[in-house]
Design a protein around this ligand. Sequence first.
Ligand SMILES: *Cc1c(COP(=O)(O)O)cnc(C)c1O
Length: 393
Amino acid sequence: MIAPLMPTYGDRDIAFEKGEGPYLFASDGRRFLDFGGGIAVTALGHAHPGLVAALQDQAGRLWHTSNLYNIPNQERAGRRLTENSFADTVFFCNSGLEAIECGIKLVRKHYADKGEPERFRIITVEGCFHGRSLASIAASGQEKLYKGFGPVTEGFDQVAFGNLNEMRAAVTGETCAVLVEPVQGEGGIRPMSTDYLKGVREICDEFGLLMFLDEVQCGMGRTGKLFAYEWSGIRPDVMALAKGLGGGFPVGACLATEEAASGMVAGTHGSTFGGNPLATAVVNAVLDALLAEGFLDSVQARAADLHGRLEALAARYPDTILEVRGTGMMVGLRTGPANGEFVGELRRQGLLAVPAGENVVRLLPPLVVEDSHVGEAVGMVEGACREFAAAAA
Ligand SMILES: *Cc1c(COP(=O)(O)O)cnc(C)c1O
């Protein structure tokens, strides 16, 4: 008999009833250090006072009006996102896939309105993940995501990771955009190099394509800058955000330059809930924290410490941790043991982490972790390494 909850998620054998900063408390009283972060969502930890206050204040006044009316919180959040990025304009939605969907529509409409409707194809990169809508599973190009869901949505061409020659060769007269994650998250914490992102920008410029970044996971301070693309010095034309944007409140956004968004006039796109007063009150509170003087510098410092300590651990347990990779508070441990087993052992130690592609264990700490939390987490990773080493001996 099917469970009352559609069984799309596999076994879920733990429930939490309270969160505080980087900690989660299970209903049986156990305390966990949460380095999964709801998969890179709770960027400011749990029950952050600024976020709680913003949500409570808005909840007592007004929840929802629809986008038929002006929403001041949304206007302010949109203005702040444009002031702090390459973008001139923002569309608010409720999730990552919706932000991607908006971007796909936007880049296609841009060329359709220029009299080139045949240019609708988007180049994506092997190992990518862009969400679970019919278009975004096609964009992701992975059979395990699209198989069984009918004809695969037309218009996506995939090229090998890190291969600019292949990307260049894949451009045709039907190509309108390149869509990449500056750091692949689900794919196994695979950062794209600065040179690669610059090369993608050059290809886009050479062929007149729009550069569309998926920063749903790696954006909003995760890499130690507000947006991951900032490390490469390039500016994209379109960018999707979600996950950390609401720190746990569901919200997404598609950002674009004025030129790229030229086709998105009244009536071309919309959302009932997108950018509602509650969601955008929280986005503003998240921005307050991330834009505070020195905040991202301290994220970078702490992330460097975490990477360094994990590298040292990998050197001592080379059969257990084969590689430490990633950037900022987006760390991947490629493990000798199956990543699911490693995540299970970490949980027994009291540390929550998330598996990803290429047998990687993802650590996505809240950006507010302190030295003591880093030390505690590394101690638990070490505990797990010791268990696996003992089992192998
Ligand atoms: C999680 C994720 C998505 C999808 O976001 P949802 O909110 O689950 O729809 C898209 N792109 C990337 C890079 C992601 O990590």
